[in-house]
Every structure is written in structure tokens, then in C-alpha cells.
Design a protein around this ligand. Structure first.
Ligand code: MG
Length: 321
């Protein structure tokens, strides 16, 4: 059986609950940016969750939606984009690089969700390889990646589309030698099936959200590409285990202590998303999850410390654990 050392950074232990920075630290820094990832790393949170989409010239870039949110995107002149939102797969990397994603418009619904996020200018959508480059620098040597691949609902189920993104992403992981620091993560379980074929040397993480819980405002829904959980015939943890997953990442509203125990009995690691409120983070700790994916990694640190818990064992002493 393959040993995947990166899983150690996501597995809880007595006194340890992992913190995973969601899109970096979206609550306080521009999401899915190198600036946000560097901040997260600097506060001592080394596990990052982020989202990858392909450009028109087939470059994996880090951004959440298939269409750029006007609420977080400015043009060359610093003006907010207006009108029909631009689709990432219609733009080349160099076209994307002209746009500024360093701030959120506080007059929009999406901007109002993150009132504490700093406002920066000259911040660009990163190519995936820019983050990988950070990981190869001395200060980035402990970074771990929960790398979410986004499936366009318009082509979901199209094996060629899934294979294209998986092949591109996996080849970039391999060219930087980051196979043992990356987990492949998606709501699209068919795409994860492609990952199993193309990259059996990397562990997979299965996202879930039950259909009765609503989607977040301003974000692409996962529901169009996710499995029909009611039709699985088994519990979600069992289905993840049957599919060969190592991580199960349930929506925080779907988590119960019983499901977490069931997943643990199957040998799965449970990391929940996206717990942001103090009360919700505490509930997730009480439910026994291994890790918490949060827009507020600093807030999660303070909650853990107040409970005499920690998020990190010294990565340089893993062998002694
Ligand atoms: Mg994500």
C-alpha cells in the first residue's frame, strides 16, 4: 500500500486539529492569491485549499468560479468589471494577468460577506505553477496542497474535459516534484475517477454537500457536478472509501459526530468546509473532525489555543510522532 506523507498534515491527533486555509485566508486577504497564500504560510498554517480552472490556452490558474466575479475584479484602469462576467476558459493567461483581484467591492453582496478583507491593488490571478514555485523556496518547504479541480457544469461528464484538466494539473505537480505534498480534491467524483487512473501516486479527497443545504452567495454551485448522494445506496463515507478516497470533505452543516466516527472507522481523514463562525468552528472540533477548512485561519488558531489544542505538530519532527 502506498504511503502518502502529505496525509499526515491533514490527520488529527490527540490535542491536534488541523487548520486548512480556505483560498488562503479569504476572510482577511484577497482569495486565491499568492499574497493570501504567503500570509497563511506566515501565520504558521501550512495546508492550503484552493481552486483550479483552465484558461483558453490550457494553463491551470487559481480562481474559484468559471466566470470571474465582477465584485472582485478590476480592469487595467482600476475600474470594477461590469456587465456579463468573463469566462476564464475564454481568456488566455496573458489576458487574465491584466486583471486585478486584490479587492472586493463592498457595495456588492459578495463584498459584504467579507468586510474584514484587506483591499490591495496590482494583485493578479496566479497560475498554479506560481504557487508551486513558492513551495519550492525554503520558506515554502512545508506547504501542503488540497488542490480542488473545478468541473464546468456545461461539460461535466465529458471525459475529455476531465482528462484535460487532470492531465495538465498532474503534469505541473510532477514537474515540480510535489506529488507527496498534494492531495487531489473535487466535488466531481467522476473527475476524481480520472485522477485515480492518471495519478494513482497522489491521494484523493472527495467533497460533499447535501442538497438541502444552500449554496454560498456569489459562488458557483457544486451541485451540478456532484454525485446524487441519495442514489449512492450507501453512506457518503462508505462511498468515499469504496472509491479509494483518503479524505472526505463534508460541508460543515452536514457533519455529525456519528458520521465522523464512521469515516474514521473506514480509515478516512475528515476535513470539513467552510467553518468560519466561532460557534461553528467549536462544533466541528467537538464533532471530532481531523481538520477545518476556514476563511479565517487566524480565528481558528485562537480558538484551538484557547482550548489547549494546536493545529500543527512540528513538520520536522513528523518521524517522532
Ligand atoms: Mg475550493
Amino acid at each position: 500500500m502506498m504511503r502518502f506523507p502529505q496525509l499526515d498534515g491533514f490527520r488529527g491527533a490527540p490535542g491536534v486539529v488541523r487548520i486548512i486555509g480556505h483560498r488562503g485566508a479569504r476572510g482577511v486577504m484577497p482569495e486565491n492569491t499568492i499574497e493570501g497564500f504567503e500570509f497563511t504560510l506566515k501565520i504558521g498554517v501550512r495546508a492550503l485549499e484552493f481552486d483550479v480552472v483552465l484558461t483558453r490556452d490550457l494553463v491551470p490558474v487559481i480562481t474559484h468560479n468559471h466566470h470571474l466575479l465582477n465584485a472582485t475584479t478590476r480592469d487595467d484602469d482600476g475600474c470594477w468589471l461590469t456587465g456579463e462576467e468573463l469566462k476564464v476558459s475564454n481568456l488566455t493567461l496573458s489576458q487574465l494577468k491584466k486583471l486585478d483581484v486584490g479587492g472586493a467591492d463592498g457595495n456588492t453582496v459578495y463584498g459584504k460577506r467579507f468586510p474584514d478583507q484587506v483591499f490591495m491593488s496590482g494583485v493578479r490571478i496566479p497560475a498554479l505553477d506560481e504557487l508551486f514555485e513558492l513551495a519550492t523556496r525554503p520558506e515554502g518547504q512545508d506547504l501542503l496542497f488540497l488542490l480542488e479541480m473545478k468541473s464546468d457544469p456545461l461539460v461535466a461528464g465529458d471525459k475529455n474535459a476531465s482528462s484535460a484538466i487532470v492531465a495538465k494539473v498532474v503534469s505541473e505537480v510532477r514537474s515540480r516534484g510535489l506529488e507527496d505534498r498534494t492531495i487531489l480534491h473535487s466535488f466531481d467524483w467522476n473527475l476524481l475517477g480520472e485522477c485515480a487512473l492518471i495519478a494513482p501516486d497522489m491521494p484523493r479527497s472527495y467533497l460533499s454537500q447535501l442538497p438541502d443545504n444552500s449554496d454560498a452567495l456569489g459562488e458557483d454551485s457544486s451541485k451540478a457536478v456532484a454525485p446524487d448522494f441519495a442514489a449512492l445506496g450507501v453512506s457518503i463515507p462508505n462511498a468515499v472509501s469504496d472509491a479509494g478516497g483518503k479524505l472526505w470533505c463534508p460541508y460543515y452543516m452536514d457533519v455529525t459526530p456519528d458520521l465522523v466516527s464512521e469515516a474514521h472507522d473506514l480509515g478516512l481523514i475528515v476535513c470539513t468546509w467552510t467553518a468560519n463562525e466561532v460557534e461553528d468552528i467549536n462544533h466541528m472540533i467537538d464533532a471530532g473532525v481531523d481538520g477545518i477548512i476556514t476563511d479565517y485561519p487566524g480565528r481558528a488558531q485562537r480558538i484551538l489555543l484557547a482550548r489547549d489544542l494546536t493545529w500543527q505538530t512540528d513538520p520536522h519532527h513528523q518521524a517522532a510522532e
